[in-house]
Design a protein around this ligand. Structure first.
Ligand code: FES
Ligand SMILES: [Fe+2]
Length: 450
């Protein structure tokens, strides 16, 4: 584990918003990482699961908030609880199955038993060993400070001072989730794909806005014919920036192209579209999609990131958590969403496409992971770590346009606006000592030339 350089944590700034230069040490420094756990993950609203994963009382799903392990569980009153997965006695994990259904959480060390809402129900030897001198009321599992759900997506925060979820998400964060929810009644396909990459979590996050790399990094995938350069619309990109670091970046289609697509798919059963490439365009052409996503949002084919680490993929069929495991390692968790109304054939097709592109067996993330690992490694070196990262593309050349609907966007060529926005916001989170300070000092969404 690399030791912190003495001055890294104290630096006035790690990201120069005027020049787009980023300090590479933030990808490997241990102290920076510890601060991120405290100031970003323990403070933010973190995605936990989709409600379809915990349908009944007792259904649970294990997740993480930074390095805090949590159980997301539906209790006997049908309320969703987010409980820290650590026994009040000696800290052992009280639930080890990644998901399932249970009547209580039984600690495998000495047998303390907890109810679905975290209440301590019983402890072995309460009378004989503890002489009835235990305050069970005070020894329940720790609960997340707030739990809330937006359109079936459950989030939790460990900070009681966090603003309400919908306010936190803002229109850009909500649009990210809407781009999945607008497909209709959806559910998570059973089986979350998980794998680890030897990289800093932020490199996996900023890459989702990077539409500069596919032609090179994924050149071999392009040659197989599963995707084409034209699908990436490098000359037609659309970026949306929201408060607290939420952003959407990637291809966009013009109003004219959108109108053509609406005509092409009018009246068609979109989820059963035989052509996967068309599917991604098809479902965004209904009247309902326009209503939910807004006149600008409906034209975006880009990738939303809900700050800090929830990526929603093109087409709204998958979401991926980039979970930190130390500064040098990241766990990727892939959730795939299917419409409940899909025919078995269309569902099979969607799952096949999902596993074909991303996840441990996907064509694309193998390529990406190599690059992120090597960029992380270069941030450790005595000399290489001192050379800043360049995030300058498009800076000063584009303009944020505000639509009468209130949705603002930058429509341009391939660029690094969303990456700059991510690191600018990240820095604001890291410099704030509380939610109060972050609310006071964070940048509002930009306007004008950017
Ligand atoms: S650590 Fe859980 S019962 Fe002792
Ligand atoms: Fe990639």
């Amino acid at each position: 584990m690399p030791v912190s350089a003495p001055d890294v944590i104290a630096r006035e700034s790690w990201f120069d918003v005027d020049t787009g230069q980023l300090d590479r040490r933030i990808f490997s420094d241990q102290q920076i990482y510890q601060e991120e756990l405290k100031k970003i993950f323990a403070r933010a609203w973190n995605f936990m699961c989709h409600e379809s994963q915990i349908p009944d009382p007792g259904s649970f799903f294990l997740n993480r908030i930074g390095e805090d392990h949590v159980i997301v569980v539906r209790d006997r009153k049908n309320q969703v609880q987010v409980l820290l997965n650590s026994c009040a006695h000696r800290g052992n994990t009280v639930c080890r199955a990644e998901q399932g259904k249970t009547r209580s959480f039984f600690c495998s060390y000495h047998g303390w038993n907890y109810d679905l809402d975290g209440k301590l129900l019983a402890i072995p030897g309460e009378k004989d060993f503890y002489r009835n001198d235990v305050d069970k009321e005070a020894l329940g599992l720790t609960k997340a400070a707030q739990v809330s759900s937006y359109k079936g997506f459950v989030f939790a925060t460990l900070d009681a001072a966090a603003p309400p979820l919908e306010e936190y998400l803002g229109w850009v964060g909500r649009l990210g989730i809407d781009s999945i929810a607008a497909r209709g009644e959806i559910e998570v396909v059973d089986g979350i794909q998980k794998n680890r990459v030897r990289c800093n979590w932020k490199l996996a996050v900023d890459n989702l806005f990077d539409w500069y790399h596919p032609k090179v990094t994924h050149g071999s995938a392009i040659r197989t014919g599963v995707m084409s350069e034209a699908d990436m619309y490098p000359m037609n990109q659309m970026v949306m920036l929201g408060e607290y670091g939420h952003a959407i970046g990637g291809p966009g289609v013009s109003e004219e192209k959108q109108a053509q697509l609406e005509e092409k798919f009018h009246g068609k059963n979109q989820s059963d579209s035989a052509d996967r490439r068309d599917y991604h365009n098809a479902w965004k052409t209904s009247h309902k999609a326009r209503e939910i996503l807004g006149p600008v949002g409906v034209r975006s084919r880009g990738h939303p990131n809900i700050f800090p680490n929830l990526w929603i993929t093109l087409g709204g069929t998958q979401a991926c958590l980039r979970i930190p495991c130390g500064p040098l390692e990241t766990e990727l968790w892939w959730f795939t969403f299917a419409e409940k109304s899909m025919s078995p054939a269309a569902r099979r097709d969607l799952i096949q496409a999902a596993t074909h592109f991303f996840g441990p067996a996907g064509l694309l993330e193998q390529d990406d992971g190599e690059n992120w690992s090597h960029s992380t490694r270069a941030s450790i070196g005595t000399v290489t770590g001192n050379r800043p990262v360049q995030l300058t593309m498009g800076q000063g050349h584009d303009e944020v346009k505000l639509d009468p609907s209130g949705q603002s966007s930058i429509e341009t060529v391939v660029n690094e606006h969303a990456q700059r926005w991510t690191y600018r916001s990240w820095q604001e989170w890291m410099k704030a000592d509380s939610w109060e300070a972050l609310i006071e000092n964070h940048s509002p969404a930009p306007s004008g030339v950017i």
